[in-house]
Design a protein around this ligand. Structure first.
Ligand code: UD1
Length: 420
């Protein structure tokens, strides 16, 4: 098993390019299952999760070409599609569930292994199932599989009890080929949903309102192939912003959309970090003012992203004063608190609230990356910690960051990868 060895590093300085968004490209690749014709997707990040999605597409009978020189994936789907995604693939990536909507729309049937819980909570798929039922599908769960089936999908009004990102995307994909109008109310508003809707519309879908809490989809008979450039990853953007701040550095972050990281910018500025929107990107400086505590509460977009919570916890461990962090999106997303505390952060967790006392000097330790963002948070904490930090189970990090180590090294970080 590979590890990252991180040494205390000076302030990070330089320029870094953000890759395409993981959370946008995964449903977009799944959506190509509905296209009659070739799809070309540009700015695809080179990630384990993308590799799993490509395997899913291939297991369905698609031809998938990956060109990592240009970060382009080309897909073409033959007429015969398999309709089952086995546990072997689902256990590697929960986002495998994105195959459900497209397969149901294209073939009238999908059998997907149930994803089960993970280190950040139970993660049920009841809202995905509710959406498919509303569109007229029979949904059964048996022997660890969920099966959805319909002769013809029928447009419908669907109210989501929680604005789930994945459920909004899955329902939106299925509804593109349903008969008549589908309205999703209390829909998630994340930029990745807008990106998926833009791609589907290029394929010939008729979707309006993506990015608001009401999405309207007028069903069409067929979807064609399309070309699309994936939006920049807003969580990777935020990660490098925190990396600049935590090391009291000065980093220009290129290929990002400042509008997508508004809450991150606001919270960094509350901490005393300087963020300037320059022509080439966002310049983030942690070296101008003394950094101080701030409180964080995670919320669905446009609130503060849950995916940035662990990274902020690492930053808040190094500033003056105590901060409160409240996690409202996932029920168990504080595993990194214990790992950061092993490095001296002394964080107290009570239910969904964590108190970060701040200004405890961090010291290197052996820690475990419990999930993707938790792993990245530990790497950033390691850059500030005295001595050496050894982070294991880094496959989580490699699931979701393209060239994370290389990008950090280019900014002056002292980090290396080693096989155990
Ligand atoms: C997506 C992102 C993930 C991010 C999360 C929240 C992808 C591939 N992943 O995950 O990085 O952290 O949004 O911004 O895009 N829920 C239910 N029933 C459901 C579905 C969800 O109760 O059927 C609950 C979940 O357990 C969780 C909350 O809703 O507590 C949010 O989940 P959701 O928005 O669906 O997250 P994902 O789409 O899984």
């Amino acid at each position: 098993m590979a590890k990252f060895i991180v040494e205390q590093s000076g302030p990070l300085r330089g320029e870094v390019d953000v890759s395409g968004s993981k959370n946008a490209v995964l449903p977009i690749l799944a959506a190509t299952l509905m296209a009659e014709g070739k799809c070309e997707i540009y700015d695809v990040p080179n990630l384990r999760d993308v590799d799993v999605m490509c395997r899913i597409l291939r297991s369905m009978g698609a031809s998938v070409e990956e060109d990592w020189e240009t970060h382009t994936i080309t897909t073409e789907i033959g007429s015969v599609l398999a309709d089952e995604v086995p546990y072997e693939l689902v256990k590697r990536m929960r986002a495998s569930i994105f195959a459900m909507g497209p397969l149901l729309a294209r073939t009238g049937k999908a059998r997907i292994a149930l994803p089960g819980g993970c280190s950040i909570g139970d993660r049920p798929i009841d809202l995905h199932n509710k959406g498919m039922r509303s569109l007229g599908a029979r949904v059964t769960t048996d022997l660890g599989m969920v099966e959805v089936e319909a002769e013809k999908l029928q447009g419908s009004l669907i109210y989501l009890d929680f604005p789930s990102v994945g459920a909004t995307e899955n329902i939106m994909m299925a509804a593109t080929m349903a008969e008549g109008l589908t309205t999703i109310e209390n829909a998630a508003e994340e930029p990745e949903i807008v990106d998926l809707a833009n791609f589907l519309n290029k394929m010939g879908a008729r979707i309006k309102g993506a990015g608001t809490d009401t999405i309207r989809i007028e069903g069409v008979e067929k979807l064609r192939g399309a070309r699309h450039t994936v939006i920049p990853d807003r969580i990777e953007t935020g990660t490098f912003m925190v990396a600049a701040a935590i090391t009291r550095g000065d980093v220009l972050i290129r290929n990002c959309v400042p509008d997508h990281v508004k809450p991150v910018i606001a919270k960094l500025m509350e901490c005393g970090v300087t963020v300037n929107d320059e022509v080439e990107g966002l310049r983030v400086r942690g070296d101008i003012r003394k950094l101080v505590a701030t409180d964080i509460k995670t919320m669905p977009y446009p609130g503060f992203p849950t995916d940035m919570q662990a990274l902020f916890m690492a930053l808040l461990s190094t500033v003056d004063g105590a901060s409160t962090v409240i996690e409202t999106v996932f029920e168990n997303r504080f595993m990194h608190a214990a790992e950061l505390s092993r490095m001296g952060a002394n964080i107290k967790v009570n239910g969904r609230t964590a108190i970060v006392p701040g200004k405890n000097p961090l010291v290197g330790a052996q820690v475990i990356s419990t999930d993707l963002r938790a792993g990245a948070a530990l790497v950033l904490a390691g850059l500030m910690a005295k001595g050496t930090t050894e982070i294991s189970e880094i496959y989580h990090i490699e699931r979701g960051y393209d060239s994370f180590m290389e990008k950090l090294v280019s900014l002056g970080a002292n980090i290396r990868r080693c096989e155990d």
